[in-house]
Write a protein that binds this ligand. Structure first.
Ligand SMILES: [Zn+2]
Length: 344
């Protein structure tokens, strides 16, 4: 049995970075998509090299080929289904999988069809693995000045509302940080708020702490990454009081060099300050990690104990975008696990 036998939760997991390599290769071959290498094993090595990028924006280039493959309903259904199957086999109890429907329209698929395909993959997987709960987050994209894809982002918000409660649980903003100020996206989040959509937002990873302040001003309930919060102790207090959770992805942060190393990652300091933080994988395949790998980094290199990992999972489920009723069982189990870990 795993040393981490308590309910495990991943709230920050990108579909297009968490596929099975073998499936991607098979689909690329079928579709005659030119890949950057000649064989699957070379492609694995290529991804491993690229994952040690010099910046987030360079890291994002790794998504080009997976996205080329994921442009039809069948591929989206299969990749979603397989990801949930893999998470269930890793004994996760709850995960939120995010993706940007507008990135799957390169060959004529509509955003609606992309969302429906992912929901179909989810449905098929949950039928086989009823022990795991899965929420889908639809991402708007930051691709440049907001005018570049304003219509596509507005469509994503509308779709998010349409499928809310039917498998979709929240809205996110992903993509390159720093091309434009996050504050430029204010009107999108205001609209989402008016529509009653729960929101998270990538901020404070490669961009300074001001972007976290902007996201909090938008009314988001969680922050994707957000480790630069450590640069503003007053804002740490605000996130604590408002129960705004940081979705921390240690390996991704180290690979993108937004933190110098696991040892110097500020997440333990944030945790000690009482800021709600959670541990997530970001991109299981592209980063080459599982949630348990992340926990081992937490314990071996970042100063956490096992009971802290349980507490972070408790923070995670408390901020999950599902109803209190749906979380209750997991909360009780984690509280029990925490009690037992404290006795040890
Ligand atoms: Zn992310």
């Amino acid at each position: 049995m795993s040393e981490f036998s308590f309910p495990k939760i991943d709230l920050h997991l990108h579909l297009d970075g968490s596929f099975r390599m073998k499936t991607l290769w098979e689909l690329a071959t079928q579709k005659r998509i030119t890949m950057p290498t000649n064989t699957l094993s070379e492609y694995k090595e290529y991804i491993r090299r690229c994952s040690h990028a010099k910046s987030v924006n360079e890291y994002l280039k790794m998504f080009d080929h997976p996205l080329k493959v994921m442009q039809d309903e069948a591929s989206l259904i299969r990749i979603t289904k397989e990801l949930i199957e893999d998470l269930a086999k890793q004994n996760l109890r709850y995960a939120e999988i995010r993706f940007a429907p507008q990135l799957h329209t390169q060959q004529g698929l509509s955003q609606t069809k992309a969302v429906e395909a992912v929901l179909e993959g989810r449905k098929q997987a949950l039928f086989l693995y009823p022990g795991i709960q899965i929420g889908i987050i639809t991402c708007m994209m930051s691709l440049g000045p907001i005018s570049v894809n304003k219509e596509a982002n507005l469509e994503t918000i509308e779709l998010c509302q349409k499928y809310l409660g039917k498998g979709v649980v929240a809205l996110d903003l992903a993509g390159a940080e720093g091309i434009v100020a996050l504050s430029d996206f204010r009107s999108f989040f205001i609209k989402a708020k008016e529509l009653g959509i729960p929101c998270t937002c990538h901020a404070g990873d490669s961009e300074p702490v001001q972007s976290i302040q902007d996201a909090i001003d938008f009314g988001v309930q969680r922050i994707g990454h957000g480790h630069h919060l450590i640069d503003n102790l007053k804002l740490c207090q605000t996130t604590k009081e408002k129960h705004i959770l940081l979705e921390i992805c240690p390996t991704s942060n180290v690979q993108c060099q937004t933190v110098p190393s696991y040892q110097k990652h500020p997440v333990k300091k944030l945790y000690d300050l009482g800021v709600p933080v959670s541990i997530n994988t970001d991109n299981m395949t592209l980063a080459g990690v599982t949630l348990e790998d992340e926990y081992r980094h937490c314990i071996n290199e970042m100063g956490f104990r096992k009971k802290d990992i349980i507490q972070m999972n408790l923070y995670a489920i408390q901020s999950a975008f599902i109803s209190d009723y749906e979380k209750q069982e997991i909360i009780q189990e984690l509280k029990q696990a925490l009690k037992e870990a404290e006795i040890c």
